[in-house]
Design a protein around this ligand. Structure first.
Ligand SMILES: NC(=O)c1ccc[n+]([C@@H]2O[C@H](COP(=O)([O-])OP(=O)(O)OC[C@H]3O[C@@H](n4cnc5c(N)ncnc54)[C@H](O)[C@@H]3O)[C@@H](O)[C@H]2O)c1
Ligand SMILES: N[C@H](C(=O)O)[C@H](O)COP(=O)(O)O
Length: 333
């Protein structure tokens, strides 16, 4: 019988961060093999260094040139080795070389995904400052992936065990974010979230939309009517199409209600409004999904953690969960 597990490309992220360690730890975890046939796109020498510092001798690393050479044997990590990382690159230090490497790993993964050679891309973290120092002026993976796949607009969705949050704006300053929010963008973001939940077999998703101001403006008490101008028209248009939407609601109590199970999807207006509540639930189970791409991308919901990189203590569970969700999405695709 043929192997039904999707092939997932794991990008190594920033070589100076915890990416290599959490990838090695994931390969030592039997769950990885249950969900997917994984192949790493990164640097085999760096992964071997991470393995040695962790003392995980059960994982063998095979440097390969192309995906055709991947064997997908449990305990053996196939790594498409781009050989971009010097042996003596320190952990925990910002590096333009590592930033460029992170970009090149993603670019190769995108090629493979477009060719249908991998069913999903699962990303270990990159460092945005290093990425820029390496000459790639993208705010993050999300925007880079949209660019590399030729898609104009995508959304960032964070998924925690009992909470899904899609963001209307992400990697821009707060003043720019408020300017950017307008009914069309709010509507398209909600539609992307709604379609994602429908594909996950949630028939009539209960959607809650955050306001912008404290207390969602409290009927004109706070702010300048941003809720009425920027959000309400989108909600009315989607309600007219039959979507089950509440809002704009005060974000604080909305998240309280989401925590008790009132909603399937929360729509956050800006980065920290949505990220704070997800991350307070723990880094270990959160996953970041880019919604609206032609390829599937899931990610850890934490960063490069330079403060602990190279110490062998990074938690790999967000990566395993991202891989599991990537495999699930690829299987449905
Ligand atoms: N998916 C991604 O590529 C991604 C996601 C978030 C942040 N980033 C980037 O990472 C860099 C550092 O960001 P930051 O310092 O704000 O956040 P961070 O997530 O790197 O670190 C925040 C804290 O969480 C801890 N932590 C993070 N991941 C952990 C893990 N797996 N196990 C144990 N502890 C962990 C760190 O040690 C640190 O104390 C920035 O450049 C940021 O833009 C990238
Ligand atoms: N917004 C994400 C977070 O803070 O967790 C992070 O910056 C990752 O973004 P990309 O997936 O676009 O790299």
């Amino acid at each position: 019988m043929s192997d039904q597990r999707p092939v997932i490309g794991i990008t190594m992220g920033d070589a100076a961060g915890i990416g290599p360690e959490i990838i090695v730890k994931s390969y030592a975890n039997p769950d990885l093999y249950r969900y997917a046939r994984a192949v790493v796109i990164g640097d085999a020498g760096r992964l071997a260094k991470a393995r040695d510092l962790l003392g995980v001798q059960s994982v063998q690393i095979r440097a390969i040139e192309t995906i055709d050479e991947a064997q997908f044997v449990p305990g053996v990590m196939d790594c498409i080795d781009l050989r971009l990382i010097p042996d003596d690159l320190p952990f925990g230090k910002l590096s333009a070389i590592a930033g460029d490497g992170a970009y090149q790993f993603i670019a190769r993964a995108v090629e493979l995904a477009k060719q249908g050679r991998i069913g999903a891309i699962c990303t270990a973290p990159l460092n945005k400052e290093a990425l820029h120092a390496g000459g790639h002026k993208f705010p993050g993976h999300t925007e880079m992936l949209a660019h590399l796949t030729g898609v104009e607009e995508v959304s960032m969705m964070l998924v925690a065990p009992n909470l899904r949050v899609i963001h209307v704006t992400t990697h821009i300053g707060i003043i720019d974010a408020i300017r950017k929010i307008e009914p069309g963008l709010v509507q398209r973001t909600i539609e992307r979230g709604y379609n994602t939940l429908r594909k996950a077999q949630i028939q009539n998703p209960r959607i809650a939309v955050c306001g912008i101001n404290p207390h969602a403006g409290e009927n004109g008490l706070f702010g300048y009517g941003e809720e009425e101008e920027k959000i309400v028209p989108a909600i009315e248009a989607l309600r007219a199409q039959g979507l089950n939407i509440e809002g704009p609601l005060p974000a604080d109590t909305l998240f309280f209600r989401a925590g008790r199970g009132d909603f399937d999807l929360v729509v956050a207006m800006y980065h920290d409004q949505g990220h704070g509540p997800v991350k307070v639930m723990g880094l270990e189970a959160g996953v970041n999904i880019t919604v609206g791409l032609d390829v599937i991308r899931t990610s850890v919901d934490h960063g490069t953690a330079f403060d602990i990189a190279g110490k062998g203590i990074a938690d790999e569970r967000s990566l395993i969960e991202a891989l599991r969700q990537g495999a699930e999405l690829a299987s449905r695709h």
